[in-house]
Design a protein around this ligand. Structure first.
Ligand SMILES: [Zn+2]
Length: 477
């Protein structure tokens, strides 16, 4: 067996192909490298009917003018053993020695033919070593079709990568064993943004199942959604960063998972006639007088405001607060868990414990000023809710400080340092401070079983000032 270096090169296509080849070598220890190449070439030609056009353009397998696909494929790959006229360093792995020109027939989204200017010195393709070219040949078994394009998931942590590799290959091998594998694996998802979250969810759940700590290493998932097909090659890149992955890891646990799923379900932009039940989050289709429960597959590709916001770095505190407000307004027995907002604050907004303590202390102080007086608490809540600028929110906090002083409470409601360092002068956008204050307010009202009049929720929440937003664009809808 030829010793191949499986260190990461940083090229997503070569690394994903290498991941498959490594697994093949471990599985079929007796087979030579060329026997493995022949084995997968057989799969591509016989089981998959040469349908690799989205990956390899005019290759020995996809080019219709090639009659003896298997023979010609093997002649080409075996030629990589022989000395080449090109010597130097492999463009992706840095190997020094014989190099071969790899165009779009071997290397997706690279240049060849008329696109000679894609490469340095107008070379005929990327100059790669034979090992990298062989790795690329195994790529089709490590990817999935997502809608009309191919999806490649780039994973940085080795433990999560191992899981993904085993999962994808096990599924491929399972289908091949039963003769049901007819092409590259087809995902039931077609919306790449949502798919990235479903992949992350499944990987986190699998990690928890094997009782390993997902997130031991900082984890970023990058989805390349691409096609190398004909005259219109294309690639879109979606990245789920390590903070979002860490946040999902924290909330996809027993106790929070169901509530998180309800929250997400309530934010799908569903087709006309469908809606998510506000209490259970179950998506139903309204047919005449009947409501028919929909399967996840029927709506999972619809656009989802929460997934889009998390992926694009838009704040979701407004959505979290509104969920709690709706639960409070509808007198739901179990409120939307505050821990989801806390994990969001810690993992994504990078809030400190002092910031949470200050927010909590401020709200508890308001309850101390007004006791359990429903009318006064309602007025205080309304004033925070109506604050539509940073100045208005600050003014309201100062007014509460005065009230606290008049009530002769021993402790200051909040100190200047706390306002400036933990609330309004820090990493938080003022609208997020307002959302967290309301979240704690509703939580305490619920705990104390204090109801408010319905009229308070009639006015819609609007933040008019959108400057100094840490995200650049704050989504209040
Ligand atoms: Zn190489």
């Amino acid at each position: 067996m030829i010793e191949i270096n499986f260190s990461q090169t940083g090229d997503p296509f070569i690394d994903a192909g290498g991941m498959v080849l490594e697994e093949y070598q471990q599985q079929f220890t007796e087979a030579t490298l060329w026997e493995l190449v022949e084995q997968v070439a057989g799969i591509y030609i016989n089981s998959w009917g040469k349908k690799l056009n989205a990956l390899f353009l005019n290759s020995k397998i996809t080019n219709v003018s090639v009659k003896k696909n298997l023979e010609e494929t093997m002649i080409y790959y075996r030629s990589l053993e022989h000395p080449s006229d090109i010597k130097g360093y492999c463009k992706t792995c840095g190997y020094e020695g014989d190099l071969f020109a790899a165009g779009r027939n071997l290397f997706p989204l690279s240049g060849s033919g008329k696109f000679l200017n894609f490469h340095h010195s107008f070379e005929e393709g990327s100059y790669l070593c034979g090992f990298c070219i062989v790795k690329l040949f195994f790529l089709p078994l490590g990817i999935v079709m997502l809608g009309g394009n191919v999806a490649l998931l780039q994973i940085n942590s080795s433990e999560v990568k191992k899981l993904w590799k085993e999962k994808t290959l096990a599924e491929n091998w399972g289908h091949l064993a039963t003769g049901s594998s007819k092409s590259i694996l087809k995902s039931s998802y077609s919306n790449p943004t949502n798919a990235l979250f479903y992949f992350a969810r499944d990987l986190i759940m699998d990690m928890q199942e094997i009782q390993e700590q997902a997130g031991n290493q900082p984890q970023t998932l990058t989805l390349f959604h691409f096609t190398n097909f004909g005259a219109s090659p294309d690639c879109s890149i979606y990245t789920l960063n390590q903070n979002v992955f860490q946040f999902l890891t924290k909330i996809l646990v027993v106790g929070l998972k169901q509530e998180w799923n309800r929250f997400v379900n309530l934010h799908y932009r569903l087709s006309k006639g469908s809606k998510a039940d506000p209490i259970t989050g179950i998506v139903v289709k309204v047919m005449k007088d009947q409501e028919i429960e929909q399967e996840a597959g029927e709506y999972q590709n619809s656009r989802n405001t929460i997934y889009q916001s998390l992926l694009n770095g838009y704040s979701i505190t407004r959505h979290l607060m509104q969920q709690q407000e709706n639960d409070f307004e509808n007198k739901r027995e179990t409120m939307f868990p505050i821990m989801i907002a806390v994990h969001y604050g810690k993992e994504i907004l990078q809030m400190t414990q002092e910031q949470f303590d200050t927010l909590k202390k401020l709200v508890q102080g308001i309850f101390q000023i007004y006791g359990d007086s429903q009318a006064d608490l309602e007025k205080a809540l309304k004033k925070i809710r109506d604050a539509n600028t940073k100045a208005a929110l600050r003014k309201e906090i100062v007014r509460l400080c005065e009230k606290n002083y008049q009530a002769e409470n021993e402790q200051a409601l909040i100190t200047l340092k706390e306002i400036n360092f933990h609330l309004l002068g820090n990493n938080l956008y003022w609208g997020e401070v307002k959302d967290y204050l309301l979240i704690y307010f509703y939580e305490l009202l619920h705990e104390k079983r204090i109801q408010l009049s319905d009229s308070i929720f009639e006015e819609e929440l609007v933040d008019s000032e959108d400057s100094d937003n840490i995200f650049g664009s704050y989504t209040a809808n």
